[in-house]
Design a protein. Structure first.
Lengths: 326, 326
């Protein structure tokens, strides 16, 4: 484990414990099976990145209430809801090293448990009694499904552009992290400047977070990632490392890459050849650079806050989003 | 077509045209494929029962604004979202005589289009700027998924009780119609008495509506219903006509019924035998009686409103919910 990860974890330990409790408590009134399926996805080693973002954003804006843990579940429930549905869509078998929910309870229960978590998430947002928060959350649910549909309609499409890729990751990842930070500011009745800063912080962090995710599919290994590497490609999902390299490649190498990409049963050796080409044409490097630029933007937008442990943590979390290995 | 249906249709013709327009307009900003899939389920001959309930409830409380058609889409989108997901869950092939969305676009797109409609519906609810309305809608989304999960966990269970059945149909059908009528009252800033009356009207109408639906599965025929009769039973869904008859049957007849019910491939002849037994033990009659009682309750709760064409229509719609053939 990296030093940075250790440093962050020890600083947020108390928050994490309280988030776990809130995640459990806010499911209590539901049916047994619902809790069970929701619990399977919720308590399987998630990083709680989104609830933490909300809580720290509220804290840096001086939030003094005791509802932040409850409100933070909005973002983990929403995230878990999309994971439940995404795993069905992607035909995934593993998530964080464990069998996915639909492989245990079937697609129907997984769809409905996702719907429930979506509903639960939105219900909790209404408890804030803040119209702006509620609007942000409902907008996120729309955006995320649109992002997924967009991605799905471009499955296997070798002509996917960088612009489209950016639009897809904006919708499927960035708006949720943006919403988490923004909501944190709103429940703290922050100034407009603070609100805007945290919203930008979350957005850019989200973009970089997804880019790093997409990189890990080529640079990590299965045991650390908790799922197969190369999975995106197997599902026909073209991400930035590939998109960029395809654009830069010689026509000869482009043909080789396209052959591997369109072959649903590419071998491990094929995959290694592809990675070599992604390195050769700078797709890995370019994605790293872009992710890094977004992290710099994220950090820059909150620099004006007074020095504090919370500010330090938000800056550290931005760095961590970039260097994480899983 | 019955006289009552004709009478209702001619009175609401203008509203129906405006609802169709609102349903189209509020999808405009979405991706092509989303509109296409949403359009497939939305514009396939739905009765617009739920938006109409909202509009008429607002009108009887003196609503004078011009947002009722827009707000009414909340209830049709929410309804369509659950239909998209339900059809996947039930493995249905036909809906209103047309192939279901997932058989055309696949499960993934159908799941996501459902998620999108859910999100759209909730986004529109925030436009009312009425916290109570927003809470009602988010609560409905939770309740509906819980109702479906409850039903799913009892699939094929011969011990399902009448109480459980009532709880399931409350969640999966009644709360949405209740919410539509309640919202109508709220956007009209109705008195508390009116609000409560319309909420009760919608709730009881919803219960009766679902009971009638469940009856039609035994008493209608495929060409009128737009889907196979006996479909509930084939899916292992026990509804009131069966639950009641199983309780009343002699042990000999009970055995016959159970054999048919648990046989996933029961013949048309078996099905006819079952219907005879449902008639013999009063399951059909009992369900009709209970549905009729709920309709009487629904009508009674709005009797105090001044006589008007709108009141007449709400009373007629309640009667229609009971006698409809599809």
């Amino acid at each position: 484990m990296s030093d940075l990860k250790n440093k962050i974890l020890s600083a947020i330990n108390k928050d994490l414990v309280e988030i776990e409790l809130a995640l459990k408590n806010n499911l209590k009134a539901s049916l047994d099976l619902t809790s069970q399926v929701a619990g399977h996805i919720l308590f399987s080693g998630g990083k709680r990145f989104r609830p933490l973002l909300m809580i720290l954003s509220a804290r840096i804006c001086g939030y003094k209430g005791n509802m932040d843990k409850t409100y933070s579940t909005i973002f983990e429930y929403l995230h878990a809801a999309t994971l439940l549905h995404d795993d069905i869509i992607d035909g995934a078998t593993l998530r964080r090293g464990k069998p996915v929910a639909h492989s245990i309870w079937g697609n129907s229960i997984a769809v409905l448990a996702g719907d429930f978590l979506l509903g639960r998430s939105l219900s909790i947002s209404t408890e804030t009694e803040l119209p702006k928060v509620i609007k942000i959350i409902t907008k996120i649910t729309e955006e995320m499904s649109q992002g997924e549909i967009h991605q799905l309609t471009r499955i296997g499409d070798l002509d996917l552009t960088e612009e489209e890729y950016m639009e897809i990751i904006r919708r499927k990842t960035a708006v949720l992290m943006q919403g988490a930070c923004w909501t944190g500011a709103l429940i703290a009745t922050a100034s407009e400047k603070e609100e805007k800063a945290l919203s930008e912080y979350g957005f850019n962090l989200g973009i970089a977070f997804q880019m790093t995710d997409d990189l890990l599919d080529y640079t990590s290994d299965t045991s650390i990632l908790g799922k197969e590497i190369g999975a995106d490609l197997k599902e026909g999902k073209l991400t930035l490392p590939v998109i960029y390299s395809l654009k830069e490649a010689s026509s000869e190498d482009k043909t080789i890459m396209e052959k591997i990409i369109t072959d649903k049963n590419f071998s491990f050796n094929d995959f290694k050849i592809l990675i070599k080409l992604l390195e050769k044409y700078g797709g890995i490097e370019y994605t790293k650079k872009l992710a890094s630029e977004h992290i710099e933007k994220a950090k820059k937008s909150i620099l004006f806050f007074e020095p504090s442990e919370t500010k330090e943590l938000l800056l550290n979390m931005a760095d961590y989003a970039l260097i994480r290995k899983a």
